[in-house]
Design a protein around this ligand. Structure first.
Ligand SMILES: Cc1cc2nc3c(=O)[nH]c(=O)nc-3n(C[C@H](O)[C@H](O)[C@H](O)COP(=O)(O)O)c2cc1C
Length: 309
């Protein structure tokens, strides 16, 4: 007799955190969780990654901040957020009602800000881990982004590593010459996993006004348009590091998620798809079960890196 709902076969381990399935929400596309509570059962998710938080609240960039593009969207939200303290007092209590592991996505303008954030989060017993976003400007290093220079990326990871024993997932920028080198650097500095990719920098122009459509001029491209780039990067990084790789970029359905696992991802994050279909994560989890049944695969982990060349 086969059991259609044999949930343990979807279990994965992402660098010290056991997930009941490999499907997480991508930061910035799922609010602080509560926004989706009436739409889906949050307990079914592999993990929830909340919107990026900084030490102090931030208003982000002026509008327009989002524009649809062919097969995707361009956003320049500018990491608007309520700040870590307000998150802890106003948002975290709600998330404690669920068994789903919670990851806090953080970003800082300086290495010290990252460290201060991590030491605050380290005290929160009910937080499963951190996702460290290293693709924002590094003010103290002259505007170079943390995630585009191997040494700077390693420095910030080594610094936050000292601050916590909680699992550290480091989120990588695709806007680099060689993402593999950055991945190896952060692995060497103590990351427990890497997640990739963040958005790809792009722009749109209104030819009537000859002005950029986004007030910020450039923005981050996400959605199906970036999936082939993301898959390629996940495949390359997965071959080069020993820590788990989390695949992100244009995952809209179970077929997309499966492709990332085959490329070498241990788990995936779903971003833009949440805006199109708020049930996307749940549909993907159900689709993974169907795929395992169809191909008679006993464990989802058998698919990881199963690419045949
Ligand atoms: C509106 C929006 C806001 C985002 N905010 C964040 C954020 O706060 N922190 C972060 O690390 N990534 C952020 N991202 C990037 C996503 O988490 C994800 O890496 C990217 O969108 C690619 O995945 P997708 O194609 O599935 O959307 C944001 C993306 C979008 C579209």
């Amino acid at each position: 007799m086969t059991h259609r709902k044999h949930s343990s076969r979807l279990d994965v381990d992402i660098g010290g955190v056991r997930l009941k399935n490999p499907v997480m929400t991508a930061s910035g596309t799922f609010g602080y969780g509560k926004e989706f509570d009436e739409l889906i059962d949050l307990n079914q998710l592999g993990a929830i990654i909340v919107k990026g938080l900084s030490l102090l609240p931030s208003a982000g960039n002026p509008p327009p901040r989002i524009i649809e593009t062919p097969c995707g969207m361009l956003n320049a939200i500018g990491l608007e957020n309520i700040g870590i303290e307000t998150f802890i007092t106003e948002k975290l209590p709600f998330l404690r009602n669920f068994s789903t592991p919670i990851f806090i996505n953080i970003y800082g303008k300086t290495v010290e800000e990252y460290a201060a954030l991590v030491s605050l989060i380290d005290e929160l017993d009910d937080i499963a881990g951190l996702e460290v976003n290293i693709s924002c400007p590094n003010v103290k290093s002259g505007g170079v982004a943390f995630g585009v220079d191997c040494d700077v990326a390693a420095q910030v990871v080594a610094r936050v590593r000292k601050q916590t024993a909680k699992p550290l997932m480091v989120k990588l920028s695709p806007n680099v010459t060689d993402i593999v080198e950055i991945a190896k650097s952060v692995e060497g500095a103590g990351a427990d996993s890497v997640s990739l990719i963040n958005t790809i920098t792009g722009m749109m122009i209104d030819i009537e006004t000859r002005k950029p459509i986004l007030a910020n001029i450039t923005g981050g491209l996400s959605g199906p348009a970036i999936k082939p780039v993301a898959l390629r990067m996940v495949w390359q990084v997965a071959q080069a590091v020993k820590i788990p790789v989390i695949g992100i970029g244009g995952i809209m359905n179970a077929e997309d998620a499966i492709a990332f696992l085959i490329a070498g991802a241990t788990a995936v994050q779903v971003g833009t798809a949440n805006f199109v279909n708020p049930r996307a994560t749940i549909d993907i989890i159900e689709g993974l079960e169907v795929y395992l049944d169809k191909y008679n695969i006993s464990q989802i982990t058998d698919l990881i890196g199963a690419l045949e060349i």
